[in-house]
Design a binder for this molecule. Structure first.
Ligand code: AMP
Ligand code: ZN
Length: 516
């Protein structure tokens, strides 16, 4: 990892701004905040602890790469991004793994529909996913394994489960996990199911499949699916014949590969808790002989769903948005990031276009405060956003309550409340240069952990634009016409400005001019 230098900081010491770029180095004074987070399994808020005392190892279920991710997916991934930044800020040295599901029914069907090989199809959607993540300023995970590149690890686990009787081979060569062989089944979701049911209703959340008649119980789930004609060329060899993995086994195999068979935290959207995470726990613990004292994973982190206009997102309701859809409506990635992360992660978030417009004006106010702090500190915007150009103080300034809020069960909405309370106070205060620098330092840490640092770049592009004199004169004439209630002349001048590529933003006491 680059830029990982150890430095001891005393209050008032300085630290290089490069931590804000790379995410590897945050000032050590922040480690006095120990973040706590709700754990789905124990239903308690627990401190985040790196079990090995060195690095905090966590796994997040990643996207299925068969189309553009929607903003619901991004709500979950953005919350996880803030979590990652918080773990960094707390000096817990995260190791972040997020997988790519590149083989399942949806990816296979999608590639067949387009007549392209599965690999080419999923690589295209992976690239799109990465582009969207970069626009949203998400830190890339340290490891991003693909399911199709871990088939041998999955087969090893399945063989282990067959050998110790936790799994069985069906007549067609599929392999099923024997759910009633694991006493603690359902310990994450706390959902109670009848593990011995043999009727054809499927409580394990999977589609009932007529070919799966030879499961011992309908709650048993597939570890390996025997090859079917509709799979085309998408199959692998196994001790039980050709086929492909079931979905759940990929996360067990890849988390074990990169984090070991007992790690610190596992995350996903709330829909994954049952059956996906319950199944992961069952198959991992039975394969590796974990115990409640030495579990597969010590902390379970689930993000509540995003709703749109009060309803579940769906194509048929016309309320399913991608990042591109919202950007085409003129919103910036930072406005979208803010709107998707400003609620508490354990509460459903209702997304509306009005809420997104409100995020725009909130960020505009934040930028105004930031601009003033830069001016009072005598720091150019350019210096602020260029690595190593500005040395922030090791200080929270007025933002310590904001830090305490986010450290308590990652309460981003409470944090934002504290941030705007602090900004309100700062905006009204006459600050010395040193005080302004301390506040700027605190604010830069907030921007880093919320992943909103690029708003400073937006500030740069706004402040650096030189408005030509003829445009300034036209804009002033238009303002005067408006003040004189000469509406036709004001409209004519606005149109002339638009035709020349400029827009006017009016406020109560004046106007600003921006390029279109
Ligand atoms: P998928 O690509 O369907 O495997 O989903 C990727 C991630 O997005 C998973 O963690 C899901 O739980 C999550 N997810 C799916 N829909 C939503 C939603 N409406 N709100 C929040 N998270 C979601
Ligand atoms: Zn998973």
């Amino acid at each position: 990892m680059k830029n990982q230098r150890s430095r001891r900081l005393n209050f008032g010491a300085t630290v290089s701004l490069d931590f804000l770029r790379d995410g590897f180095m945050l000032p050590s004074f922040m480690s006095k905040v120990t973040p706590q987070l709700y754990d789905t399994m124990t239903k308690r808020v627990l401190p985040l602890i790196a079990q090995d005392g060195k690095s905090f190892r966590f796994y997040c279920c990643g996207p299925t790469v068969y189309g553009p991710a929607h903003i619901g997916n991004f709500r979950t991934f953005l919350v996880q991004d803030i979590f990652r930044r918080l773990v960094e800020a707390a000096q817990l040295h995260p190791v972040h793994v997020r997988n790519l599901t590149d083989v399942d029914d949806k990816t296979i069907k999608g590639s067949q529909k387009e007549g392209v090989p599965l690999k080419a199809f999923t690589e295209r959607w992976t690239k799109k996913f990465h582009e969207d993540c970069a626009l949203l300023n998400m830190l890339p995970p340290h490891v991003e394994p693909k399911a199709t590149e871990h088939i041998p690890q999955m087969l090893t686990m399945i063989e282990q489960l067959v050998a110790n009787n936790h799994a069985y081979v069906a007549k067609d060569g599929s392999v099923y996990f024997r759910v009633n062989s694991f006493d603690r089944y359902g310990c994450c979701s706390h959902i109670k199911i009848d593990l011995n049911r043999t009727q054809s209703t499927n409580s394990a959340g999977e589609q009932n499949d007529a070919d799966e008649y030879d499961r011992e119980s309908v709650t048993d789930f597939a570890l390996w699916k025997s090859r079917k004609p509709e799979d085309g060329e998408n199959f692998w060899k196994s001790p039980w014949g050709e086929g492909r993995p079931g979905w759940h086994i990929e996360c067990s195999a890849m988390s074990t590969q990169y984090l070991g068979n007992s790690f610190d935290l596992h995350g996903g959207g709330v829909d994954l808790c049952f059956p996906h995470h319950d199944n992961e726990i069952a198959q991992s613990e039975c394969a590796h002989g974990n115990t409640p004292e030495h579990p597969y994973c010590r902390h379970w982190f689930h993000v509540s769903h995003l709703m749109v206009d009060g309803a579940k997102m769906s194509k048929s309701l016309g309320n399913l948005y991608t990042l591109g859809d919202l950007m085409n409506k003129g919103f910036t990635p930072m406005e979208i990031r803010y709107a998707l992360t400003s609620g508490h992660y354990r509460q459903q978030l209702n997304f509306t276009l009005e809420g997104l417009a409100a995020a725009r004006s909130t960020l505009r106010n934040l930028k105004k405060s930031l601009k003033r702090l830069l001016e009072l500190s005598g720091i150019e915007t350019k210096e602020f956003i260029e690595p190593k150009q500005w040395e922030p103080l090791a200080s929270y300034g007025s933002f310590e309550p904001a830090w305490n809020a986010i450290a308590d069960d990652m309460n981003v909405s409470a944090m934002l409340g504290e941030v705007f309370k602090a900004l309100h106070k700062i905006d009204a205060a006459a600050l010395s240069k040193e005080q302004a620098r301390a506040e700027l330092s605190g604010l830069s840490l907030v921007l880093y952990v919320l992943g909103l640092f690029p708003v400073a770049q937006e500030l740069e592009s706004q402040v650096s634009v030189e408005v030509p004199t003829d445009i300034q004169i036209l804009a002033q004439q238009r303002w005067d016409a408006k003040a004189a209630k000469n509406w036709p002349e004001a409209d004519r001048l606005r149109k002339e400005l638009t035709d020349k590529g400029w827009k006017i933003l009016d406020s109560k006491d004046g106007f600003t001019v921006e390029p279109l």
